[in-house]
Write a protein that binds this ligand. Sequence first.
Ligand SMILES: [Ca+2]
Length: 419
Amino acid sequence: MDSEPSVSFLLTMKALTSDFIQKAEFALIVLLFAGCASLVSQSPAKNNLTETASAEIKPVSDVPPAENFRQVTVVTGLENPWGMAWLPNGEILITERPGRLRIVRNGKLDPTPITGVPPVLAVSQGGLLDISLHPNFAKNRLIYLTYAHGTERANKTRVARATFDGKALKNLQVIFEVSQAKPGGQHFGSRMTWLPDNKMLVSIGDGGNPPTQLNGELIRKQAQNLKSHLGKIVRLNDDGTIPKDNPFVTNKNAEPAVWSYGHRNIQGLTFDPISQKVWSSEHGSRGGDEINQIQPGKNYGWAVVTYSQEYTGGKISSERSRAGIVDPKVIWTPSIAPSGLSVYNGDKFPQYKGDLFAGGLVSQDVRHIDVDANGNIISQRSLNIGQRVRDIRQGADGFLYVLTDEQEGQLIRLEPSKS
Ligand SMILES: [Ca+2]
């Protein structure tokens, strides 16, 4: 689910979809019974359940509440904040989508924005988006930003880096730009995360919903085109050059930056240093939002294999799983419109180490997803925030922090309710 449809539209959709899902769940139960019965009655060689094994991934529509959190509002008055990053001294940098970079010093929002931010295309979902510090920031002072650049008719997701002296960005340098320009204000991606070898991953959206076109066909088809950055995760060196061990560097029909493909619009991306796994959260259209475990060179399906439907209710694909395409680990129908995603590894919630925390724009909550040591999803719970959740990160102090996507957005700290 994208973030721009009106609330009443979404509520109607949510009600319709929820009704649809209850029926679908009933049908699924009947089908599973039938499947089990046929398993008993047939020899294994005859049944074809292996092909459709992913039907066992049941879309999640309802989750129990999370109760172990206390919410403390730290900062108010942020305009549509999008991403955040902690400096070594505990100060927090926060992007505002209209194009400002703010800083929280000693728990207070500095009224003066950081200077030196590049001009951005602030329209619909576009603007100043994610922020990330170089893993060696303490030595090199490098900060990375993603943003929408260009015009409403022709725009691209960009990655730029600059040095930060505590007040201003200096030596700004654009280190990556999507190869094709797209029209409109939808689907820019663009979360960043770092791998242990100091290579960076950046998510790039598929370019937009129908009827948005590129080269005479729906732009979303670019997600399956390896010659395009659209609908991909790209892997870059810290200066924007292409790592020589990227999965498609020797493929003449592929962009060498591509690391994984078949994505619609990934807005949550994180690396778990313990399990060494990369996780992403991805918007479906109507229903079919996903959490995926990302591996290099793999196809994640969009838009040929998906649980999602068109906003109008029409079919996007009849296929929900296919050999050679990676199944999602979580499917949300109705959509929660997933945003930031974090793996917890701090000491304030020791029992949640290794668990995932996902923000929801439409669901206005944080999903606490219990993950076991093997990376299997066990269960999930919902922490109601009551505002559109744009990002969730673990702070330098080990607490979890939430940004809310409102005109008067907030930074909220999550603490254990019993301490
Ligand atoms: Ca998928």
